[in-house]
Design a binder for this molecule. Structure first.
Ligand code: AMP
Length: 432
């Protein structure tokens, strides 16, 4: 084993695996555009305070999982690698005065996130998310639109069996009373709380409902439910989200213990799971409303909602669902080879002509014999070999269809057109 390795909890995505990610990214970008979300890019690191306030001090992500960058002696700012995208996007919304744009501002981002988590399958220290945010719309229609958008991503990616879990976590009007009741309930059972949960009872009691500690199962099941404590406005909002989902034909299950335990998260909360995998703390994605967040990051009170879907877990779920459906890195359409191993200038020149015509072409730049050059082209699943020989002097080349095993002579001037036509016939399933 070489001593230089990728850091623990990170992975190299080699070309075939990268192709699986690229496929998901292109589905995400395409869907974002179809739903009216425009792309945004924010830095991979942010001022620590943006993430600490934007994600919440009393969360696992901030308490235990932040990658903090070692400060330089001449810098006053301290930075952290972003663990999620919402805080950075909301920071950008406030910083650039996006509240003066037509509302809502709907943006989408695909990129790497960083959490110092204990690495295991589906849990990495660098992972990729597709993040979608609609800032400036109080809902409820946009809540339903986003839930539908996330579900459509999984369907288009090829995962049909994804469940939506849905809840409302109330707002500043109704949640404090509920949290007080919940705190009282858990406090009465404090002796049964594991250490971590006992500590959370002080800082963020809602998070106890999230606990996957088996010792908590029975306590959580009997705990008071936020759904029974929603104020009129929150109950009406939740009902309206569900009316919209029903009308769209989006199936969901109300999960009373689904929470996002911070003051500025409000009302709608949702998660996506592979059917039957709800117990494993491995959501494929999740999101929710954050009507207080813009204000926390220095803007005017502005409602917002967003979600983040994990690409890594989607790739894993796809491989589990159908191990034969492997995505491979794209092969070149053609490889330019030659009878004279030394004639690399000719091969580069012809490849250059084809590349200028926007065709994906590899030129054989080694000095091996023609037979070896052709073997290599077949191995990389190229469709054609363009074989250069003496006839190049008359402006002609041989075009070998490596899939069909046929070969013919083609004028150099017609080569790009021939390749393009043959390729599109092949894609349409006709014999060439
Ligand atoms: P969260 O912001 O925690 O709700 O995460 C949203 C989604 O990001 C999750 O449902 C996962 O798909 C993905 N995700 C979060 N943390 C990790 C991680 N450590 N490794 C891989 N994927 C993750």
């Amino acid at each position: 084993m070489p001593s230089a390795r990728a850091p623990r909890g990170t992975r190299d995505l080699l070309p075939d695996e990268r192709a699986a990610f690229a496929r998901l990214e292109s589905i995400a970008r395409d869907l974002a555009a179809r739903y009216g979300y425009r792309e945004i890019e924010t830095p991979i690191f942010e001022q620590a305070g943006v993430i600490e306030r934007g994600v919440g001090e009393a969360t696992d992500v901030v308490e235990k999982e932040l990658f903090r960058l070692a400060p330089r002696s001449d810098e006053r700012e301290t930075w952290v690698l972003r663990p999620e995208a919402t805080a950075g996007i909301v920071r950008a919304y406030v910083q650039h005065g996006l509240q003066t744009w037509p509302q809502p501002v709907k943006v989408s981002l695909v990129g790497p996130m960083f959490r110092y988590d204990r690495p295991q399958a589906g849990r990495y220290r660098q992972f990729w998310q597709w993040d979608v945010e609609a800032i400036g719309d109080p809902g409820p229609a946009v809540d339903a639109e986003q839930i539908d958008l996330g579900l459509r991503f999984y369907h288009e990616a090829g995962l049909a069996d994804v469940d939506v879990l849905l809840n409302s976590i109330g707002d500043g009007a109704c949640r404090p009373d509920y949290v007080a009741e919940l705190t009282g309930y858990f406090a009465r059972h404090e002796a049964r709380l594991p250490d971590l949960e006992a500590a959370r009872l002080q800082t963020n009691p809602l998070r106890l409902l999230d606990s996957k500690d088996p010792a908590m199962g029975a306590l959580i099941a009997a705990a008071p439910r936020i759904g029974d404590h929603l104020c009129g406005a929150c109950a009406a909002h939740f009902a309206a989200v569900r009316v919209h989902l029903d009308a769209l034909g989006v199936r969901y299950r109300v999960e009373p213990t689904l929470v996002r335990g911070l003051d500025y998260y409000t009302r709608t909360a949702f998660e996506y799971y592979r059917r039957g995998a709800e117990g494993q703390q491995q959501a494929l994605g999740g999101g929710g409303r954050y009507d207080g967040l813009v204000e926390v990051l220095g803007g005017r009170p502005t409602p917002g909602i967003g979600f983040a879907l994990g690409l890594d877990r989607t790739v894993l779920a796809l491989a589990e669902a159908d191990p034969s459906a492997v995505v491979a890195a794209p092969a070149p359409l053609a490889v330019v080879v030659g009878a004279d191993p030394a004639a690399t200038v000719d091969r580069l020149r012809v490849a250059g002509l084809l590349r200028a015509e926007r065709l994906a072409v590899r030129a054989e730049l080694g000095q091996r014999k023609l037979g070896r050059q052709l073997e290599a082209a077949s191995r990389e699943r190229a469709h054609f070999a363009v074989i250069l020989g003496d006839e190049l002097a008359d402006g002609q080349v041989r075009l070998k269809d490596l899939l069909a095993g046929t070969q013919r002579t083609v004028a150099l001037a017609d080569l790009a057109g021939e390749l393009r036509r043959a390729d599109s016939r092949h894609r349409h399933g006709e014999a060439v």
